[in-house]
Write a protein that binds this ligand. Sequence first.
Ligand code: FES
Ligand code: FES
Length: 184
Amino acid sequence: MSTTVSLTVNGKSASADVEPRTLLVQMLREHLGLTGTHVGCDTSQCGACVVHVDGQSVKACTMLAVQAEGTEITTIEGLADGDTLHPMQEAFRENHGLQCGFCTPGMVMAAVSLLRETPRPTEREVREGLEGNLCRCTGYHNIVRAVLVASGQDPDAGTDRGHAAEAPSGGVEVAPGFSTGSGA
Ligand code: FES
Ligand code: FES
């Protein structure tokens, strides 16, 4: 028996006939072809599957597709503006915040959500905010740097690793609804 689930994905209406047991991540990848959202564990350990559901960061392997009926979903495919990367994606690129890239979609989605809640996090807050996302390659250092840069802060300016220093120049618009940097 299948059920039709209708939702909005990256600003467009979408629907699919799924089984009651189908996970949201399976619906996104297998029914809607949005394979940018990865599956690393399927048991809510790795964070590779993080998407935004009604603006909240969610591991898409922990949610049934039928539970997403009527919601607004944003996946990694919905972050960039055409050929222009989202500032968080650009910060990851500039700061070598990825190697194999498998964790990156979930890491970026979680990082965008983190800055929505905490626009100017300390290094410790970044590490704690991303602790649900595992990376096998980078050692996390450059990921943390990327998030601090995306928040308009200079990751090299602080001596207290618990408190990131102020950025010397203006920040960037990280996500709709807030901007960071001098004057923010
Ligand atoms: S695939 Fe969802 S947390 Fe690993
Ligand atoms: S870049 Fe390879 S798992 Fe994170």
